[in-house]
Design a protein around this ligand. Structure first.
Ligand SMILES: [Zn+2]
Length: 259
């Protein structure tokens, strides 16, 4: 009996169309995505371990921020630290090689900036990034086209509102950027995580040394994370949006709506 079972299973598995083997989940209420920009050292020493303890997913958008990524290790992670976040199960996303604003770049410069991080990841045993984050939230049609050619599934920008997968292009996902000690923007944003919408948060250093205008105090951040855990939010990475959204279908549906 057992002899016949294996070939039969092989036939069943190969006969299934690819899309049927990947069932999308409905977007639940209280779905939150966490993103952390600019490869700040405390992402590895403080944020990652805290999120791991709470069972949260997150994306760390890395670049080699000029002029002192190589030497200023109070501010920036080493590549070994970036790899350690990957090994803890977090997503490493592409934030360009050198935090370049994309709107002024020629096609070959765009490609160079995107591939720089892909090569660094390959060199450190980190999977090729599948999601992207626009430096300073600056986008351009050429950037979108280049990301599509490079197979990126999702890309994050700013705008300060929730992400509606039925309306927003998956390569232009809005996010709510948090910094400072005022907590209302965090709690107000969470109210939008309902009825099919997802709240994507952007953080920088916790704390920041080099860019104080995007500083988040560690005790405030801990308060946010405890609130998410105590109130049973689902907290994921940008890559994990693929459980709920088929990015290529979402993109074509949105293009059709606009015509
Ligand atoms: Zn940045």
């Amino acid at each position: 009996m057992r002899r016949h079972l294996l070939p039969l299973l092989a036939i069943i598995t190969t006969a299934l169309p690819a899309q049927e083997s990947r069932q999308l989940l409905p977007v639940p209420d209280k779905l939150v995505v966490l993103t952390f920009d600019d490869a700040v050292s405390n992402h590895a020493t403080f944020v990652g371990p805290l999120l791991k303890k709470l069972g949260f997913g997150a994306t760390f958008y890395v670049c080699e921020f000029p002029p002192d990524f190589e030497t200023n290790k109070e501010q920036y992670m080493t590549w070994d630290q970036i790899k350690s976040l990957n090994d803890m199960g977090f997503e490493i996303g592409n934030h360009t090689g050198h935090h370049k604003h994309l709107n002024g770049l020629k096609k070959e410069q765009l490609v160079e900036e995107i591939e720089f991080i892909e090569k660094r990841c390959a060199g450190h045993g980190i999977p090729r990034p599948v999601t992207f984050c626009y430096p300073a939230y600056v986008t351009s049609p050429a950037a979108l086209a280049t990301l599509t050619e490079h197979g990126y599934l999702f890309a994050r920008e700013g705008h300060g509102r929730a992400y509606d997968p039925a309306k927003d292009n998956p390569l232009l996902i809005p996010s709510v950027s948090l910094s400072g000690s005022k907590t209302e923007p965090f709690y107000n944003a969470l109210k939008q995580a309902a009825n099919g919408s997802i709240v994507v948060f952007t953080f920088h250093g916790i704390p920041e040394h080099t860019h104080p205008w995007v500083n988040t105090p560690p005790e405030i951040f801990e308060q946010y994370m405890r609130y998410l855990a105590d109130n049973h939010f689902t907290v994921i990475s940008v890559r994990d949006l693929g459980r709920y959204v088929d990015p290529s279908k979402a993109r074509s549906a949105i293009v059709e709506q606009k015509h």
